[in-house]
Write a protein that binds this ligand. Sequence first.
Ligand SMILES: [Zn+2]
Length: 164
Amino acid sequence: MVLATHIVIGSAVASLFPNNPIVGFSLAFVSHFAMDAIPHWDYKLKSKVDLGENPGDPLDSDLEISPQFVRDLFCIGLDILIGVALAIFILGGAGKFSLSALVAGASGGVLPDFLQFAYMKIRRDPLTSLQQLHHFIHTKKRIRNPLIGIILQLVVIILVFVIL
Ligand SMILES: [Zn+2]
């Protein structure tokens, strides 16, 4: 899912433990994989290249440091900003805002995707095993329409808030 969704869900989970950011961070980290298992839309990273023979193989792809990568960094930064703003807006509105829970939840929620980047550059265990696990849990069903994709991620956010 997009990082914004991971940030909102991670912060919501961490805000259940406002006095224990380590628990919040860990639960947010786990929530990333649970969210990735749901069929969803994602924006494409333009700097992503296939290194092996199987196109799209997550163990054999890389993010090339190129002008496209700068454009990707801009999208990722915007994605994070939207997530943090949404988390502050929603948690603040619900009277559950805590800065430590936001920091713990947002960082735990996005860390698995940053570890994918670390894997691409280092390609060593435990990053390799984590990359395999990430891909194994990640849904193979992609939603192609961005509008439907974004609406569905908003629905997931609302559902998680109702459940929490
Ligand atoms: Zn992920």
